[in-house]
Design a protein around this ligand. Structure first.
Ligand SMILES: C[S@@+](CC[C@H](N)C(=O)[O-])C[C@H]1O[C@@H](n2cnc3c(N)ncnc32)[C@H](O)[C@@H]1O
Length: 398
């Protein structure tokens, strides 16, 4: 059933540039006050801001409620919700290290005490919540997984509200809410966003299993498992396949980073080809890092002492001279924003953390012309593999 939901008068102002030197830092005028917000990582694109109409819609809805009680915020992208609700008893649940760094950055920008608890997606928040707000994630598998786990975190009088943008809306979303939480209704579209409102008074049977999937990666002769929000489908990514086909055994090299490891296929390939190399699996997704670890333990248990696992914004915290080799199949988007800014950051980070003579092996879609960027950054770039759509480049730190 669809509810014709009327939004309270929106306190929506177009974003006002706050500081010309900080192009993307803008004032967020919300129903819970005004805040300076920025994205993490910073982007040079002045059209991008740290919130969307879904954040406004959720906050407008919450502003009409007398007492929010314990609040669980799920999948807040850059911290608009976490910041605006700072005076409440909030727990923030997310799969993204970049999002976590955004929350910290925006609390600092606004001089707020960091009094929220952050729970990574690989753990379950403690206790029961009165109010749950969800920014609907990019994959249905992860949304359904969140809702499955929510059944153990809400009470019959809790309220659960999801927000998504109309351009990505699918009938499956309200269906997932209804299947997992019980009676659910959709709002009207407001500024291109919509809400799903679930009342949890007749919760279906609790089903708290965390979803995983697996596939057989033939070139590696391994079975690869992944948690629900990990990049990719149930087959080896085409770019990863092309990079794996080009990789040598790296004999004589000691340290290798699988940068943006996802479920760990590139690092697994290096570990299996070379019996002495140490591989660090790095991703900004908590679930990716956990999946990569599980995949090493399942497929190469004897190599686990040569593997380490880090959830971080790439190599940002790494010293110069950390690695002999960096392998990378970079993302071309952050959340729903398409662009090469993360890939560019990763190239810079790799250049910084490689030892002299160390090599970056990077795969990308042919039309992205990553060779121009690599040539500019490293002063050299060779094509060492490819297919009709993908190219593998190698750059050496001189
Ligand atoms: C195209 S996928 C590659 C996954 C896997 N290596 C493969 O080849 O199939 C890019 C990966 O980069 C991760 N990622 C995106 N931004 C990142 C960042 N700032 N730091 C570390 N990892 C990041 C994503 O979570 C995703 O797992």
């Amino acid at each position: 059933m669809t509810l014709l939901y009327c939004c309270p008068t929106p306190a929506y102002n177009p974003a006002i540039t706050h500081d010309d030197r900080q192009l993307t830092m803008k004032i967020f005028s919300s129903s819970f006050g005004e805040y300076t917000l920025d994205r993490y990582p910073k982007t040079q694109d002045v059209n991008l801001q740290a919130w969307d109409a879904g954040d406004h819609y959720l906050l407008n809805h919450l502003a009409d409620i007398d007492s929010l009680g314990r609040v669980l915020i799920i999948n807040d992208t850059f911290g608009a919700l976490t910041t605006a609700l700072y005076q409440h008893d909030i727990t923030v649940w997310s799969d993204s290290k970049l999002a976590e760094l955004s929350y910290q950055k925006n609390y600092r920008l606004n001089g707020l005490p960091e009094n929220y608890s952050f729970v990574p997606s690989t753990e379950t928040p403690k206790g029961l919540f009165d109010t749950v707000i969800i920014k609907i994630p990019g994959t249905n598998r992860y949304l359904d997984d969140i809702l499955l786990q929510l059944t153990a975190l809400v009470k019959p009088d809790s309220r659960v509200i999801g927000a998504g943008m109309a351009k990505y809306w699918t009938k499956k979303w309200p269906q997932y809410f209804a299947d997992r939480l019980g009676h659910s209704e959709c709002s009207l579209t407001w500024k291109k966003a919509r809400l799903i409102l679930s009342n949890t008074d007749a919760l279906p049977v609790k089903q708290a299993a965390v979803k995983t999937s697996s596939y057989r990666a033939e070139p590696l002769e391994m079975t690869i498992g992944k948690l629900s929000n990990v990049y990719g489908q149930d087959y080896l990514d085409v770019g990863a396949r092309v990079l794996i086909a080009a990789l040598p055994d790296f004999n004589g090299r000691q340290t290798l980073a699988d940068l943006g490891c996802g479920s760990g296929e590139l690092g697994l390939c290096a570990l299996s080809k070379n019996s002495t190399i140490n591989v660090e699996f790095i991703d900004e997704s908590y679930q990716a890092v956990a999946s990569a670890k599980a995949n090493v333990m399942t497929n190469l248990p004897g190599a686990i002492d040569r593997a380490s696992f880090t959830c971080s914004d790439g190599l940002i915290d790494k010293d110069k001279n950390s690695y002999d080799v960096v392998l990378c199949n970079p993302p071309f988007h952050q959340q729903q924003t398409i662009g090469d800014h993360i890939a560019w950051n990763m190239m810079h980070q790799a250049r910084n953390s490689l030892k002299p003579g160390g090599e970056l092996w990077l795969v990308g879609n042919r039309h992205l012309n990553y060779n121009n960027k690599l040539q500019r950054l490293f002063g050299n770039c060779d094509q060492v593999g490819g297919s009709d759509k993908f190219v593998v480049f190698k750059s050496v730190k001189t």
